[in-house]
Design a protein around this ligand. Structure first.
Ligand code: GLU
Length: 304
């Protein structure tokens, strides 16, 4: 299927709404990004690439990194990860402390901040420089050998990450963090500050389209069972506290970030990534959510 005309139609339809919403400002460095960007990339099962707009422009992947830290934690620990992180939607904001206290320091899922901090903790135990391990993991998958994290964005988040520090300390008190809190927070803020384009993210997610094996070099990233589990978690927990509405409107497993990116997969068909920095109150990209909704409607391809 040639997705390019569909992407062009979507960009044209969405012109009036691109820029509506609010760019994340609680990380001061992110507030500098123009809300008027819009890019979208599809990598189909046959490897063909279809793009529109700013699809090649790198942006701050933020919580989309939680998808990849979960994959790496599962590679290291397998199903033991679930002893420390649950797999239920939280029904609370991604940085909420309330549930964590009530549930003895075990985060509801790996895509809210405390869950991702546990996955980062697993990487801290295994790697001397965990953020570099995440970058090294993503470089071959994305096809960008020069990929890096933005030091200014990482430092900006680290200076203001009081809620994440509170969550990390709470989990440490409950015995669910093995490493030094500051070490985990440093690594977390750095992998959130990785910069990738829509094209690179869509390429990096191709193993989730192919049952855990990257179709380019046939590298087995995960077994089919764990790939299935990740797609299920993306559907139920990947788009903040709006995951139910997102499944209803879009019908694809997806992971979003406050940088305005949303990465989604249609198993057996394609990986798609959209970026537009202005967000809905839920934290998902406003134009990005609409674009994916139009994409699955116009193509007639969703998991439902
Ligand atoms: N680094 C961000 C934070 O911890 C990620 C948030 C997000 O994209 O959801 O607040």
């Amino acid at each position: 299927m040639d997705y390019t005309p569909v992407l062009q139609q979507i960009e044209h339809e969405l012109k009036p709404v691109i820029g509506q919403g609010r760019v994340a400002s609680y990380i001061p460095e992110l507030a500098k990004v123009s809300p008027h960007h819009f890019g979208m990339a599809v990598v189909a099962i046959d490897g063909s690439l279809h793009t529109v707009g700013d699809a090649h422009v790198p942006f701050s992947i933020q919580s989309i990194s939680k998808l990849f830290t979960l994959v790496m934690a599962l590679q290291l620990e397998g199903e033991r990860v679930w002893d420390r992180v649950g797999r239920e939607p939280s029904g609370t904001p991604f940085n909420s402390l309330i549930q964590l206290e009530a549930e003895s320091g075990k985060p509801r899922n790996p895509f809210i901040n405390p869950g991702a901090l546990v996955c980062t903790d697993i990487l801290c135990t295994r790697y001397a420089v965990p953020e570099n391990a995440v970058v090294e993991f993503l470089r071959p998958l994305s096809g960008n050998k020069a990929m890096h994290y933005n030091r200014a964005v990482a430092a900006s988040e680290r200076r203001t990450s009081h809620r994440n520090a509170a969550m990390a300390h709470l989990m440490k008190a409950f015995g669910n963090l093995a490493n030094d809190v500051d070490e985990v927070l440093d690594a977390y803020c750095r992998h959130c500050a990785i910069e990738m384009s829509c094209v690179e993210l869509a390429h990096a997610a191709r193993f989730l389209v192919h049952g855990g094996t990257h179709p380019g070099d046939h590298a087995a990233i995960l077994g089919t069972s764990l790939a299935k589990r990740i797609n299920a978690l993306m559907l139920t927990c990947g788009t903040y506290d709006a995951a139910g509405d997102f499944a209803f409107r879009v019908g694809l497993p997806a992971k979003s970030g406050v940088g305005g990116g949303i990465l989604a997969v249609m198993p057996g068909q394609y990986a798609v990534c959209v970026w537009s920095p202005a967000l809905e109150p839920s934290g998902n990209s406003l134009a990005g959510s609409l674009a994916l909704e139009r994409f699955t409607t116009l193509t007639g391809q969703s998991i439902f």
